[in-house]
Design a protein around this ligand. Structure first.
Ligand SMILES: Cc1cc2nc3c(=O)[nH]c(=O)nc-3n(C[C@H](O)[C@H](O)[C@H](O)COP(=O)(O)OP(=O)(O)OC[C@H]3O[C@@H](n4cnc5c(N)ncnc54)[C@H](O)[C@@H]3O)c2cc1C
Length: 469
C-alpha cells in the first residue's frame, strides 16, 4: 500500500495519520438485501456525523452506513487537521441571500468548531485537539495587501475576536521567514484526523448505527442504495461521497475531484523548535494564491499541504494516496521557504487525497423532499468543521420532513438546498482547472520577484474563469 522512496520518505499508505495510528480492521460488508430508515453512502466525517446526530436525536431510527473501503479512507483520513470556521461559498451566499444570511452561516461555522471540540470531549475521543486558533501569514507586499483586505472582510461577517498582527507580533508566535504580518482568529483547532474518524465511527456504532465496510454503492436512486452484495431500501438515501462522487452513476459532472497533497516531517528536536517558536500550536497558513496549510502535530512534526502543485485529474484511480515526486519536492520547498533552518529535515511521509469542488465553489446540504434523496459536500478544502454542520443540518432536514420536528435555525441557513450547474464535459473541465492552478503558481512567483503590493491580475482572472467569484 505504501513504499519508501530513495530519500526514506514513505509515499502513500493512505496518509501519515494512518501510519501513526494504525490502519483499521475493516468491519463486515453488507451480506444481502436489507432495510433501514436512513441509509448513508460514505463513511467520512459527513456520513458519520449525520449518522451520529440522527441516532442521538431519534434512537429508534435504523441508520445504516455503507462505506466502499473503510471509514476514513477518503479526505477525512488524510486532511491537514485544520478544524476551522471557513466554509466554501460564504461570499456567494451573501450575494444570493443577503449579508445577514451569510453572517448567520458564519456564526454557525464559528459555533461548529466549538461543537466538534465539545463532542470529542463528551465522547472521550482522544483526537489531539488543541484549540490554538488559525494564524494566516503574509510574506510579500501583495500578500500583505490581500491579508489586510481579508482581515477586514472577515470582521464584516461579525468576527469581532479576529486580530491583525504586524511583522514583530507574527514572528513572536511563529518565526516565518520574511513575515510582514498575519491575521489570527480563535475559531480554529488542530486535530489528528484519523483519531477523530475512528472515534466518531465507534461513537456512532455505540449508539446503534450499523456500519458496513468494503461495500461499494454502485447506484443511488430514490429509496435504494445498490451494492454488489445486495440493496438497502430506505425512505431516505444520503450521498456523502465528496471527492468520489463522480464515480457514482449519473454524477460524473457534479463535483470535480481535485487532489490535495501533504507531507509530514520527521519529529523535530527541541533545538529546532526553539528556532521556530509556534508554541501556541495554531494552524498555520499563508496568503499565496496557491496557498499552503500546516499544523504542528502532537508528536512535534510539521504536517504541511497545498494545492499549488501538480495534481492528477480524477478520483477513479485513487492509489491510496501515492504522490508524485515533483509534488513532494514542491511541498518541501514551501517548508524551507517558511523555515529555512529546516532545509536538512527529512520528509517522513507524503500522501494525497481528493476534495469535491462544485462548479460555483459553494458547499451545499440538501434533502429533496419529493424523492428522499439527500446529500452534503462540495466543501473544497474546508470540510473538517463544515461536515459537522452538514451532519446536524441533514438530521434537522430529515426530522422536519418526517414530521418529527419543525424547521430550525440550521435548516434556514443559506447553503441549504442550493442548486448549482454541472461542470463542463471533459476535456474542458480538466483543462480549465489545470490552467487555473498553473496561473496561481505564476502569479505567486511574480509577486515574490516584483515585490509589488498589487495582487497579480493573472490570479484575479483565473478566479473569474474558474467560477470562484
Ligand atoms: C489532503 C487534504 C487535506 C485537507 N485538509 C483540510 C483541513 O486541514 N481542514 C479542512 O477543513 N478540510 C481539509 N480538507 C477537506 C476535508 O478533509 C474534507 O472536506 C472532508 O473530510 C470531507 O468529508 P466527507 O465525509 O464529505 O468526504 P470523505 O472523507 O472523502 O468521505 C467520503 C467517503 O465515501 C466513501 N465512498 C465514496 N464513494 C463511495 C461509494 N460509491 N460507495 C460507498 N462508499 C463510498 C469513500 O471511501 C470515503 O470514505 C482536506 C482534504 C484533503 C484531501
Amino acid at each position: 500500500m505504501s513504499s519508501s522512496t530513495g530519500s526514506g520518505t514513505t509515499n502513500g499508505g493512505i496518509s501519515f495519520w494512518y501510519a501513526d495510528d494504525g490502519l483499521p480492521e475493516p468491519r463486515e460488508p453488507l451480506s444481502g438485501d436489507a432495510t433501514a430508515d436512513v441509509v448513508i453512502v460514505g463513511g467520512g466525517y459527513t456520513g458519520l456525523w449525520t449518522a451520529y446526530y440522527l441516532k442521538k436525536a431519534a434512537p429508534f431510527l435504523r441508520v445504516t452506513v455503507l462505506e466502499q473501503k473503510f471509514c476514513g479512507y477518503g479526505a477525512s483520513g488524510r486532511n491537514g487537521g485544520w478544524l476551522y470556521n471557513g466554509i466554501a461559498g460564504r461570499d456567494r451566499y451573501a450575494k444570493l441571500h443577503g449579508h445577514e444570511a451569510a453572517v448567520r452561516l458564519q456564526k454557525a461555522m464559528n459555533e461548529t468548531v466549538d461543537e466538534v471540540v465539545r463532542v470529542t470531549a463528551e465522547e472521550g475521543i482522544e483526537a489531539d485537539v488543541h484549540q490554538g486558533g488559525v494564524l494566516e501569514v503574509a510574506y510579500t507586499p501583495a500578500q500583505l495587501a490581500r491579508l489586510k483586505a481579508f482581515h477586514e472582510h472577515e470582521l464584516s461577517y461579525g468576527e469581532k475576536d479576529r486580530e491583525l498582527y504586524g511583522a514583530r507580533e507574527t514572528v513572536e508566535r511563529v518565526r516565518v521567514a520574511d513575515a510582514v504580518g498575519s491575521t489570527w482568529t480563535p475559531h480554529g483547532a488542530r486535530l489528528h484526523p484519523v483519531k477523530l474518524i475512528k472515534g466518531l465511527a465507534a461513537a456512532a456504532e455505540a449508539l446503534g448505527v450499523t456500519i458496513h465496510e468494503k461495500t461499494p454503492v454502485t447506484e443511488i436512486r430514490p429509496k435504494h442504495a445498490v451494492t454488489p452484495y445486495g440493496t438497502v431500501r430506505a425512505p431516505y438515501v444520503l450521498r456523502c461521497t465528496e471527492g468520489f462522487t463522480a464515480s457514482l452513476k449519473g454524477q460524473k459532472r457534479t463535483w470535480l475531484p481535485m487532489n490535495s497533497s501533504m507531507i509530514a516531517t520527521e519529529r523535530l528536536t527541541p533545538e529546532q523548535w526553539a528556532t521556530i517558536g509556534w508554541e501556541g500550536r495554531e494552524t498555520l497558513g499563508d496568503m499565496a494564491h496557491a496557498y499552503m496549510y500546516a499544523q504542528r502535530t502532537a508528536d512535534d512534526r510539521i504536517a504541511l499541504g497545498g494545492r499549488g502543485v501538480p495534481y492528477r485529474f480524477g478520483s477513479r484511480t485513487d492509489n491510496d494516496g501515492r504522490t508524485q515526486q515533483a509534488t513532494i519536492d514542491a511541498l518541501h520547498e514551501i517548508l524551507v521557504r517558511f523555515f529555512p533552518s529546516l532545509a536538512g529535515v527529512r520528509v517522513a511521509h507524503a500522501w494525497s487525497g481528493v476534495l469535491g469542488v462544485p462548479r460555483d465553489w459553494c458547499a451545499t446540504v440538501t434533502l429533496d423532499r419529493s424523492t428522499g434523496l439527500g446529500w452534503a459536500g462540495g466543501y473544497v478544502g474546508s470540510g473538517v468543521a463544515t461536515t459537522n454542520l452538514a451532519g446536524r443540518t441533514l438530521r434537522d432536514l430529515i426530522q422536519q420532513d418526517s414530521g418529527q420536528a419543525g424547521p430550525t435555525d440550521l435548516t434556514a441557513l443559506p447553503w441549504v438546498d442550493h442548486k448549482v450547474r454541472k461542470w463542463e464535459p471533459e476535456p474542458f473541465r480538466w483543462l480549465g482547472v489545470q490552467g487555473m492552478y498553473a496561473t496561481y503558481r505564476t502569479a505567486d512567483r511574480r509577486e515574490l520577484t516584483t515585490h509589488s503590493a498589487q495582487s497579480s491580475r493573472l490570479a484575479r482572472m483565473a478566479d473569474r474563469v474558474a467560477g470562484r467569484h
